[in-house]
Write a protein that binds this ligand. Structure first.
Ligand SMILES: *Cc1c(COP(=O)(O)O)cnc(C)c1O
Length: 382
C-alpha cells in the first residue's frame, strides 16, 4: 500500500479524538437541518441573519442567472469582470465607508491576496495569536517576518512594534474572533499603528452584517475611518451568499489588482452571485429587526446556560463558545445532543487551543429553540 504512512496518521488522529469527518445535509441552511433522514435543530451555522435561504435572495439568484448566465468564464483581469461585480464593489465600499473595494472568490483567498499583495520578504507582520487560520496561512505565504502577540494584548503588540527594524509593518487581526466571539480592541490597535506607522488589516468575517449601524461592520461599530485600515469581510456568513471583499484606499485596491496572486490567477465568481449579494446588502441594511432579535437570543442563551458544569465564554456576538474539559468531552457532548435532536459541532485542537462546543445563533432561531438547547444541556449535565 503506497499510503501506509497516511493511514497511520489518520488512525492516530482518531485515537486522539481529533479525526475530522463531514456530514451530508439533505436540506438548505436553516435552524432545522436534515442529515441522514433525520431532522435536527442546529446551532452551528454562520448564517447569522438567516439570509442563506431567503426567498428574495433565491429570486435574485434566479434573475441574476437569467441576465448573466451561470459562469463568469475568465479571471477579473481578462473578461470575467461584469457590471454586476462592479456595481457590488461600489456598493460594498460605500456600505463600509471606504473609498474602494475589491471582490475575492473566498475569504481565504482575500486574506492570502491582501497579505501577499501588501508585504513581502523585507517586511513585518504582527498578528494576534488567535487569528483565523486563513490569516496565518496568508502570513506564511507572504514570507514576511511574523511576530505574534498575545490575544488582544495591546501592550505586547506595542513592545513588538517598538522593537521592529525598518520595513513595512502590517498588523493583522480578526475583528470578531471566529472561535471565541470576542471583539478586538480596534481603536487601541489603530492608535498603535499610527504611532509606529503600521497598516492595520481587519478581518471582519463575523462582524459584517452583524455589528454597527445597519450591520455595516466593526469599523462603523467603533466609528473608525482611518485610511490606515484595510478592511476585509466575507459574504458567505451573515450576508448568506458567497465570496469576500477587501475595502481600502484606491491605491491599496490598485496594488491588490496588480499584486495579489489569489485575485489575478483565478476565475471570477459568477456574476449572478454578485447580483444576489447586492440584494443581500439591501436586506442587511434593512435588517435592524433581525439584529435586535439576535441580541435578545444572546441574552436568553446566557440565562439558560447558567449553572452548567461547562461555561460560556464572555461574548456579545452570535458566536457563543461553551468551554469543555477536553476533545473527548466535546465529542461526547456533541453525540449526546445529537441523540436529542440537536446538532452542535465540537471544535477541537488544532483548530483551537481548548476544546469547545461552538454555539452560533441566527436571527432565524426562536426563543423556543434556545430554551430547547438549554434544557438538553441541563439534562445531559444531570
Ligand atoms: C470564515 C472565515 C474566513 C474565510 O472566509 P471564506 O469565505 O469562508 O473562505 C476568513 N476569516 C475569518 C475570520 C473567518 O471566520
Amino acid at each position: 500500500m503506497p499510503y501506509a504512512a497516511l493511514q497511520t496518521e489518520l488512525r492516530q488522529r482518531e485515537t486522539q479524538g481529533l479525526l475530522r469527518r463531514r456530514h451530508t445535509l439533505d436540506s438548505p441552511q436553516s435552524p432545522h437541518i436534515v442529515v441522514a433522514g433525520k431532522s435536527y435543530l442546529t446551532f452551528s451555522s454562520n448564517d447569522y441573519l438567516g439570509l442563506a435561504n431567503h426567498p428574495q435572495l433565491i429570486a435574485a439568484w434566479q434573475a441574476g442567472a437569467e441576465q448573466w448566465g451561470v459562469g463568469s468564464g475568465a479571471a477579473h483581469l481578462v473578461t470575467g469582470h461584469s457590471a454586476a461585480h462592479e456595481e457590488l464593489e461600489i456598493a460594498l465600499a460605500q456600505f463600509v465607508g471606504k473609498p474602494a473595494a475589491l471582490l475575492f472568490s473566498t475569504g481565504y483567498m482575500a486574506n492570502a491576496g491582501a497579505v501577499q499583495g501588501l508585504v513581502g520578504k523585507a517586511d513585518y507582520v504582527f498578528a494576534d495569536k488567535l487569528n483565523h487560520a486563513s490569516l496565518n496561512e496568508a502570513m506564511r505565504l507572504s514570507r514576511a517576518t511574523v511576530k505574534r502577540y498575545r490575544h488582544n494584548d495591546v501592550s505586547h503588540l506595542a513592545k513588538l512594534l517598538a522593537d521592529a527594524p525598518q520595513g513595512r509593518k502590517l498588523v493583522i487581526t480578526d475583528a470578531v474572533f471566529s472561535m471565541d466571539g470576542d471583539i478586538a480592541p480596534l481603536p487601541d490597535l489603530l492608535a498603535l499603528c499610527e504611532r509606529y506607522d503600521a497598516w492595520l488589516l481587519v478581518d471582519d468575517a463575523h462582524g459584517f452584517g452583524v455589528l454597527g449601524a445597519q450591520g455595516r461592520g466593526a469599523l462603523v461599530h467603533f466609528g473608525l475611518t482611518s485610511p490606515r485600515i484595510i478592511y476585509m469581510a466575507t459574504l458567505g456568513k451573515a450576508a448568506g451568499v458567497f465570496g469576500a471583499f477587501v475595502a481600502a484606499e484606491q491605491v491599496v485596491i490598485d496594488t491588490l489588482i496588480n499584486h495579489a496572486p489569489s485575485y489575478v490567477y483565478t476565475t471570477a465568481t459568477p456574476p449572478s452571485v454578485a447580483h444576489t449579494t447586492l440584494a443581500s446588502l439591501r436586506l442587511i441594511e434593512a435588517g435592524d429587526d433581525r439584529r435586535a432579535h439576535l441580541q435578545t437570543l444572546i441574552a436568553q442563551l446566557h440565562e439558560e446556560l447558567q449553572d452548567l458544569p461547562w461555561t460560556l465564554m464572555p461574548s456579545d456576538t452570535p458566536i457563543q463558545p461553551l468551554l469543555v474539559e477536553d476533545a473527548h468531552t466535546a465529542l461526547t457532548l456533541s453525540a449526546k445532543l445529537r441523540e436529542q435532536g440537536i446538532w452542535l459541532s465540537s471544535i477541537r485542537p488544532p483548530t483551537v487551543p481548548t476544546a469547545r462546543l461552538r454555539i452560533t445563533l441566527s436571527a432565524t432561531h426562536t426563543a423556543a429553540d434556545v430554551s430547547h438547547l438549554g434544557k438538553a444541556l441541563h439534562d445531559i449535565a444531570r
